[in-house]
Write a new protein. Structure first.
Length: 79
């Protein structure tokens, strides 16, 4: 049982470590005006966010993408 707990902790920890890097990469796409690509990146981050705060940040950025794409109705449906 201890080995399983260690494995689950290691997997969760390693994924949490990639979230900031992936989030920054998605932000660079947004700033570079690659909005559809940024939207897809933030959608993936929403699905894999390690914490509620991380999910909220990705949701906020995804909604900004929807607004930039003139999909205001979609922006209100995220989450």
């Amino acid at each position: 049982m201890k080995h399983l707990l260690f494995l689950l902790t290691a997997v969760a920890g390693s994924h949490a470590a990639t979230f900031p890097t992936d989030y920054q990469a998605a932000l660079r796409l947004f700033v570079s005006n690659k909005i559809p690509e940024a939207k897809a990146a933030f959608a993936a981050l929403i699905a894999s966010a390690p914490t509620l705060e991380a999910k909220d940040a990705a949701l906020m950025q995804a909604s900004y993408c929807e607004v930039q794409l003139k999909h205001v109705e979609e922006a209100t449906k995220l989450g």
